[in-house]
Write a protein that binds this ligand. Sequence first.
Ligand code: TPP
Ligand code: MG
Length: 341
Amino acid sequence: MTATRTSRRARSQETIDEYLLSEQQLADMYYYMLLARRLNERMLALNRQGRAPFVIAGAGQEAAQVGAAMALKRGTDYLAPYYRDLGMMLVFGMTAREAMLNLLAKRDDWNSYGRQMPSHWGSPDRKIVTQSSVVTTQFVHAAGIALAAKMKKDPIVVLTCCGEGSTSRGDFHEALNWAAIHQLPVIFFVQNNGYAISERNEKAMPVKHVADRKRAYDMQGAVCDGMDGIAVYQTVRPAVDQARNGGGPHLIEAKCYRLWAHSSDDDDSRYRPKKELEEWAKKDPIKLFRDRVESDGIFPREELDEIEARVEEEIREAAQWALMQPDPAPEDALGFVYKEL
Ligand SMILES: Cc1ncc(C[n+]2csc(CCOP(=O)(O)OP(=O)(O)O)c2C)c(N)n1
Ligand SMILES: [Mg+2]
């Protein structure tokens, strides 16, 4: 896929072909991917300093997450993400400060006000569905929201995510089955990062691609290069448009790679060949994106450098600020757990 240059005058306008990204959208894509990566780096540093309990990062999956989230209508469509989806959360409006509040379980973290582990996202205001630690439950919730939307003739789309390992759970199959029977406006977006903790996906699936599982449900689907944000956007966006217009659900698999260990508690050197990691690191989605837009002449180098400087400053400020924010008060322990009557 090629990125396409639009004139500076047309920057804020939609491109003529709706699936080509404007210069502004490309700049946004780079900003969100880089913000996600640098935030995860700072979070891991805070964890190693003993200031943050747990980090589960999306390094290597930023292109998949940002490309897919940008295909949705923010403020209208629903997102039912999984724990690695920091990139999606940023596209849906979470700031660097707010991401740090979540990491540090601070009083004002709107994801759970410090009740959940970090990276268990959720915000009714932003149409982000609260997730469970039990993997793939969000697929069933997504199908339910899409069913309600269809019954109410509400033209929204729900995008839900999980990893490839999670597609072997019953919830995945129940959700796809139900969505296909009722032709629901839902995109099942699977980020295949090669591993489920230490388990390679060949040991978990009889089929080569997660997207092959669409056949059992007579569903539309595709495999895309999850290291290429533009390719992801150009795969997900038409599916979103079709789903919105009554075209039914889609199963989309983004082939990416988990560049870091499963979490801050995992030692991946015990099961991952170093050579494999080195090969995939050459395809780092952020580096690939920068090389490509630079060589296509879409942005002058200084503009990319400006985005990088902005991201660095935002994260430095956000971490400093969040560390000084109040923790939840002990007497509020049961708040936000039960509905207030
Ligand atoms: C039902 C259930 N079983 C096991 C776990 C523990 N667990 C958390 S993440 C994970 C791996 C999931 O792998 P994958 O779906 O490929 O996502 P990834 O972490 O690779 O992004 C497991 C087994 C869980 N949370 N829920
Ligand atoms: Mg995985």
